[in-house]
Design a protein around this ligand. Structure first.
Ligand code: G6P
Length: 611
């Protein structure tokens, strides 16, 4: 949700910023802008994508070596040029880029208006930059101190960078609740919302903590807290390859990430699943492993696709470990008065590790004294740092806004956790455990076989690309997959889609079924196979178009369905890892055929760092 990048050094700042904005564009693409020092403060901003900003700057030669940039996902004020960042103070000397929401901006705005300030935009951010100007003017403070005083008056979430014409040798950056990384080069420094704009220049980074503020010059940086007390920085070595954040010859990040899944799942298991020794080791959750085994209840908190992974985990932990599970939307959990009792455990699932609602829900659970385990992709992210322990997905950066490989990475990690607990609790037998480990180990190769169906799925997509609605059905472990399939379709193709447990169809959705309604039904061979066959008959009796995901060699459903997509056989609890792949490809191809921007669907952002 909004991307920030800033640079100070000897390079051409414009080039570094534009490249950085392109890498961060997945975080929001309503508008973008930059400010740099070029004989005074120069600001360029434009509604639309980074390419529109580049067009706006055109041939103007800019040689400045310090600057700030922003790509926006609109919160306050519609996406237009005026509301775009950077925002500039009334005296046109201070500029700011900001990610987050300032909750008390209206009160501050009113106060500033009374003292003669006027505002061009509808944003909360413009209020902050004017507040900084006001403080500086009244107290004769240096820019760094003025920002610190301003932040003490602000309520809400922010990652922000300030650049002032009066002190053109420094950047001021601060964070509270929104992510921020400081990259340390040789005589140059970078700031960004994540490491992607930084990795091609340096692998030394500091993840700023909440309520930290840093003043950066070409000579060095200093980090202080909001009480002005110096903080000891922890410099980390980044373990990220540049190729991981590039398209590698694929047309879209989403397609690349779908095709990466055999590898990303293998990476999630690497060093954890020793198949020859029948061993599963999860170092990241070792300290609290016994508490998990003894847990009276597990509460899973997550949003979006991660919430769907949580639903699969509900089946897993109940089925394999006999532990009751509740799966909560983080946004609901944080505002309820949830019953968390001694002996309960929380698992927070997040790709980005920055989702504001999930972070707030974790804080709430923490305040009740609960142990929280994180299942997170983004290394060093806020959620990975505030949870007690956790297991990273290790699936590499996910750039496409529609989550794909992170979902299967989450499932892989959750399956491994459930298996560890189950064998320790002896709620499954040793042979069953070993069989499941073996089957899990085979998943990457089986996904390769599903990916071979890409052309066939593309053809099916062509035949339903014009429909206004679609229904996704599944039972048991495949019910959350139906929800995820429907979410993928609506996110990127803007077709209204709903996921349902197949049996629930009779309680409403069946009323919608006619010859124009595609029903994507996950009908792999498992305990509920006969029931789902009946559901298919019910749909066909109403002339619905049935697209069935079936187990290889299924002769029965292939006679009934309009289209079938085969996936290899695997134990029921692992099937979501295979059955979701055709649904990812289906939505990808449909969106593409409809001319949609697959990687950057409208109104969405990859990382939702505001409520
Ligand atoms: C956004 C993304 C989704 C993601 C959700 C939760 O809506 O577009 O892909 O599932 O946030 O994000 P998280 O990073 O916490 O998994």
């Amino acid at each position: 949700m909004c991307g920030i990048v800033a640079y100070i050094g000897t390079k051409n700042a414009l080039k570094v910023l534009i490249k950085g904005l392109r890498r961060l564009e997945y975080r929001g693409y309503d508008s973008s802008g930059i400010a740099l020092i070029e004989e005074g403060l120069r600001v360029f901003k434009k509604q639309g994508k980074v390419k529109d900003l580049v067009r706006e700057i055109g041939d103007i030669k800019l040689r400045g070596t310090i600057g700030i940039g922003h790509t926006r996902w609109a919160t306050h004020g519609i996406p237009n040029d005026v509301n775009s960042h950077p925002h500039v103070s009334k005296n046109s000397k201070i500029s700011i880029v900001h990610n987050g929401i300032i909750e008390n901006y209206q009160a501050i705005k009113t106060d500033l208006e009374l003292r003669g300030y006027t505002f061009k935009s509808d944003t909360d951010t413009e209020v902050v930059v004017c507040l900084i100007e006001d403080i500086q003017k009244n107290s004769q403070l240096q820019i760094g101190d003025a920002v610190r005083v301003a932040l003490s008056k602000i309520e809400g979430a922010y990652a922000l960078v300030v650049l002032s014409e009066d002190q053109p040798d420094r950047l001021i950056a601060a964070r509270k609740g929104s992510p921020m990384v400081l990259g340390i080069g040789e005589g140059e420094y970078f700031i960004a919302s994540d490491a992607s704009p930084i990795i091609e220049y340096t692998d030394k980074v500091i993840y700023l903590n909440d309520e930290e503020i840093t003043v950066i010059t070409r000579e060095g940086y200093e980090i202080r807290n909001l009480q002005d007390v110096p903080q000891l920085p922890y410099i980390q070595q980044l373990d990220l390859e540049l190729e991981a954040i590039e398209k590698a010859g694929y047309d879209h990040f989403m397609l690349k990430e779908i095709f990466e899944q055999p590898q990303s799942i293998a990476d999630a298991m690497r060093g954890r699943l020793a198949i020859d020794a029948h061993k599963l080791v999860l170092g990241g959750i070792q300290k609290h492993a016994e508490q998990l085994v003894e847990a009276k209840k597990i509460v899973i908190i997550a949003c979006g696709t991660s919430w769907h992974a949580g639903l699969v985990a509900e089946y897993l932990f109940e089925d394999l470990c006999r532990i009751p599970v509740e799966v909560e939307y983080a946004s609901e959990f944080r505002y309820r008065n949830p019953v968390i009792e001694k002996g309960d455990m929380i698992i927070a699932i997040s790709q980005s590790g920055e989702t504001a609602d999930t972070l707030a829900a974790i804080e709430l659970a923490k305040s009740k004294g609960t142990i929280i385990l994180g299942v997170v992709n983004s290394v060093g992210s806020s959620i990975s740092r505030i949870t007690h322990e956790g297991a990273y997905l290790h699936t590499g950066p996910e750039i496409g806004v529609a989550s794909t490989k992170a979902f299967t990475g989450q499932l892989t990690v959750l399956i491994m956790i459930a298996l560890r607990v189950a064998i320790r609790k002896q709620t499954i037998s040793l042979p069953a455990y070993q069989d499941l480990l073996k089957a899990l180990h085979q998943i990457p190769n089986k996904i390769k076989r599903v990916l071979e169906k890409n052309d066939q799925i593309k053809e099916i997509s062509a035949s339903i690309k014009e429909v206004p609605n679609a229904l996704y059905l599944g039972r048991g472990y495949n019910f959350p997959v139906a929800l995820e399939g429907a979410l993928k379709l609506k996110e990127i193709s803007y077709i209204h889609a709903e996921g349902y447990p197949a049996a629930e169809m009779k309680h409403g959705p069946i009323a919608l079924v006619d010859e124009n309604m595609p029903v994507i039904i996950i009908a792999t061979r498992d305990n509920s196979y006969d029931k789902i066959v009946s559901n298919i008959q019910e749909i066909k009796a109403r002339k619905g178009i049935v697209i069935a995901v079936v187990t290889e060699g299924d002769l029965l459903i292939s006679k009934m369905a309009d289209f079938i997509i085969e996936v290899p056989d695997t134990p029921e609890c692992l099937m979501p890892l295979l059955s979701v792949i055709p649904l990812q490809l289906l939505s990808y191809h449909i969106a593409l055929l409809r001319g949609c921007n697959v990687d950057q669907p409208r109104n969405l952002a990859k990382s939702v760092t505001v409520e």
